[in-house]
Design a protein around this ligand. Structure first.
Ligand code: ATP
Length: 351
């Protein structure tokens, strides 16, 4: 037994992490703790620095400043092979001339794991990703989703403590992507490995992650659960990037909410009604306007309403609840809007 309890230590710990490429600052001071066994996502637009952070954790990139710790150990200066992590890339990076089984065994062969063990572990990894029958095929004889699973099998066969995934589902079509999201989450849960996952797809991050760091311009704007990010965005950027939000600021905030500042109001928190007398209880804020646009989304309908006095608000209504109003609140209709005051979340920037 070890004297210290490793499970208490974060699986990944980043402190003051920076990376510059010439004049470009890709990562601008990142502090982050990822717990052991956590499914943690780094979410942000293209160029916000997520991949560079991942590459510094993997050891493919060395930081300009700051520290990378894995299970408490400083690995900042260690090469990739001396870190207990494995990476799954978007392009899978499979060897086309090798069979699926050989691809999965490759890492074990490099580590000189004896043959019998290699075969057993590769078979188990392929079972895990439901490719037990496909060992003899070449990558070229597989679908995109199956190739993705081979890449996963190849990463988990080494039994790493931490798996780094850089947009691993990016090349898949939407339907397959949604299926793989569920599978990936189940795989992570059953293996108990820490996942550090990079994506620019907010829905993907919200679906799979225990916690998410939202990146913007080389920095983290907020670290929280999906629920927390959605219900209590900390900044206007998070409010806009995670889900859809009405950002109410300046004169509009004073007019509607009675205070200066910047507020995020989710479209489904706004009640839309044709009749001014049907304001739900507790809805302290009321306004009125004219419907500019109606977009039918299947399960819900989104309306854009130009409100009296200037500005517009996006309103989202579930269709089964709003069939009666929906019919009468088409383009050009005069409508009344109301919401609970507290649902307008203060996202005024701290600096
Ligand atoms: P994406 O989702 O497009 O991969 P990202 O959030 O992962 O974006 P990074 O790939 O980390 O962003 O890039 C952050 C910034 O650093 C970008 O401006 C990028 O152009 C720059 N950058 C990344 N790698 C290099 C490099 N090797 N040389 C020069 N600039 C780089």
């Amino acid at each position: 037994m070890a004297a210290t309890d490793d499970t208490e230590l974060p699986a990944i710990s980043l402190r003051g992490l920076r990376k510059s490429f010439g004049a470009v600052t890709a990562v601008d001071g990142v502090d982050l703790d990822v717990a052991d066994g956590e499914f943690f996502s780094m979410l942000g637009p293209s160029g916000s620095g997520k991949t560079t952070v991942l590459r510094m954790v993997a050891g493919f990139e060395s930081p300009t400043a700051g520290q990378v710790r894995l299970a408490g150990e400083d690995v900042t200066r260690r090469p990739p092979f001396a870190r207990d992590v494995n990476t799954v890339f978007q392009d899978y990076a499979l060897f086309p001339h090798m069979s699926v089984r050989e691809n999965v065994e490759y890492g074990l062969r490099v580590k000189r794991v004896p043959k019998a063990q290699r075969v057993a572990r590769a078979a188990e990894a392929l079972e895990r990703v439901r490719l037990g029958e496909y060992g003899a095929r070449r990558p070229g004889q597989l679908s995109g989703g199956q190739r993705q699973r081979v890449a996963l099998a190849r990463a988990i066969v080494n039994q790493p403590k931490v798996l780094l995934l850089d947009e691993p589902l990016g090349a898949l079509d939407l339907k397959l992507r949604r299926e793989m999201q569920v599978e990936l989450k189940e795989l992570q849960r059953s293996l108990g490995i820490t996942f550090l996952f990079v994506t620019h797809d907010q829905e993907e991050a919200l679906t799979m992650s225990d916690r998410i760091a939202v990146f913007n311009d080389g920095r983290i704007e907020q670290v929280a659960t999906a629920h927390e990010l959605y219900e209590h965005p900390a900044t206007p950027f998070v409010a806009r990037f995670v889900g859809t939000s009405n950002v109410i600021e300046g004169e509009e905030a004073v007019r509607l909410l009675g205070t200066a500042g910047t507020y995020s109001l989710r479209p489904e928190k706004i009640h839309l009604h044709v009749d001014s007398t049907s304001v739900p209880e507790g809805h302290a804020v009321t306004t009125a306007g004219v419907v500019r646009e109606v977009v039918y989304l299947g399960s819900a309908t989104q309306s854009i309403v130009d409100i009296d006095g200037g500005g517009s608000l996006i309103v989202l209504r579930q269709n089964q609840q709003s069939a009666a109003d929906g019919e009468t609140a088409g383009r050009g209709a005069r409508v009344h809007l109301s919401w609970v005051r507290e649902h307008a979340v203060d996202v005024t920037a701290a600096d």
